[in-house]
Write a protein that binds this ligand. Structure first.
Ligand code: JHZ
Length: 396
């Protein structure tokens, strides 16, 4: 039932930035085949080969959600909204990262779940009850024992990272109060197709959700969608509001029918749409490589901006290395002075001086384009240009 539609070749683990560069090898299990399939029955898009959790989410996870103003604002607004709309007495976040959302709650009203110990330590230090565990049924039982039921469970960019979705929703159903609310947000597959952002796929993103697929999975656990919000974070995400079917106090909003309708109209129920996306990605690769080659033929200097997991997919799929990109700049301390996964391109700590005498910047963090353009006005003023592959490979 899981029909392959996208082949992104051999890829290293994204988010594994090493201090010294060594070409990853298949033999040492440092490369894996990144292929993506569509399940015609469940409508779920998923990676065909999965990597064990422990290889990805450990005590050295470098990504911190607090690294951008856009995310700080988005989470601040959301916490106000949750407090106003649902008034939770006990709020739980699955995948609390560095506490970017939870810090807007009091320590006695919020509980964190975070498998990466370096991140769990941050929220623990701030006084939040933090379980340094993977999300699963035995953890849900432990939390229930300690706190009884939870009335709002929230998870952003996390559930799509967990292999066993049945266990995910079964555990949530176990812990969530009968009148409780589950809110999840993740990149939208519809936006991914519209934007040609194939780089949403890397080892960590086992699934890319659509409203169609979420509706199907949650129905197995007696849940239903009652509201959907469109977000511009992470290149276009959806925030799904979910309740237990037996809870009749909450009415289902039109946003749910509208999103599902839009997805059906676009063709997200049909394999042919996915197959076409796979073909478009091949063209995107050729066009991006041509842009880089043309620029390099003129001996111009290119650097990368935002050493994202997404950029790792693009560089490895398109085979773009240090012959094209001199270095990446990034604000994340744990990525500094390391190499892009699979490529001998160094990541330097962001500093405006690193943009001087640079002709082109490849936007690794294209999802923060507006924030970056605002920050780099002087680069643009001096004639500097950006390269992106979203929605089509081009120079801006
Ligand atoms: P960003 C990560 O993906 C991994 P990535 C993960 N699997 C996931 O699902 C998503 O996040 C949500 C830097 N930056 O958010 C900071 C600057 O240097 O697109 C980050 O390293 N300067 C959990 O890695 C990177 O860019 C800036 O001005 O694809 C952004 O990474 C800004 C705005 C960002 O996620």
């Amino acid at each position: 039932m899981n029909k392959k539609f996208l082949d992104l070749g051999l890829q290293p683990l994204a988010n594994k930035y090493s201090k010294t560069f060594k070409k990853p090898s298949l033999k040492n299990d440092q490369l894996y085949k990144l292929t993506v399939g569509f399940n015609t029955k469940t409508k779920l898009v998923s990676l065909i080969k999965r990597i064990p959790d422990k290889k990805m989410f450990d005590g050295n996870y470098p990504y911190k959600s607090s690294m951008s103003n856009m995310m700080l604002n988005s989470f601040k607004n959301l916490s106000n909204k949750i407090k106003k709309r649902f008034k939770p007495k006990k709020f739980l976040e699955i995948g609390s990262n560095d506490g970017v959302l939870i810090k807007n709650f009091n320590t006695n009203e919020a509980v964190c779940v975070e498998p990466c110990s370096n991140l769990a330590r941050i929220t623990k230090k701030k006084g939040y009850y933090t379980y340094n565990n993977y999300w699963n049924l035995s953890l849900a039982k432990k939390i229930k024992h300690q706190f009884n039921k939870i009335d709002v469970i929230y998870s952003a960019n996390t559930l799509t990272h967990i292999n066993d979705l049945d266990d995910v929703f079964k555990s949530i159903s176990y812990l969530l109060d009968n009148d409780g609310i589950l809110i999840i947000e993740d990149p939208s597959f519809l936006e991914c197709i519209k934007k040609g952002s194939y780089d949403q796929f890397y080892n960590e993103h086992i699934y890319i959700f659509s409203a169609l697929s979420v509706k199907k999975i949650i129905s197995k656990f007696n849940f239903e969608l009652f509201d959907i919000e469109k977000l511009n974070t992470h290149g276009g995400s959806l925030r799904y509001y979910i309740k237990k079917i037996d809870n009749k106090k909450i009415k289902i909003k039109n946003t749910v029918f509208k999103q599902i309708n839009d997805e059906k109209k676009f063709g997200l129920s049909k394999f042919s749409t996915y197959r076409k996306f796979g073909e478009d990605v091949k063209k995107s690769k050729i066009n991006l490589i041509n842009i880089f080659k043309k620029i390099k033929d003129k001996n111009k200097k290119i650097i990368g901006y935002g050493a994202t997991a997404k950029a790792s997919t693009v560089l490895n799929y398109c085979n773009i290395g240090s012959d094209m990109i001199d270095y990446f700049v990034d604000t994340t301390p744990d990525k500094t002075n390391k190499f892009m996964p699979g490529k001998n391109i160094k990541i330097l700590k962001y500093n405006k001086k690193l943009l001087v005498n640079i002709d082109y910047i490849y936007l690794g963090a294209w999802n923060f384009k507006d924030e970056i353009f605002k920050k780099e006005k002087s680069f643009i003023k001096k004639g500097g240009r950006f390269i992106t592959h979203v929605p089509k490979p081009k120079i801006i």
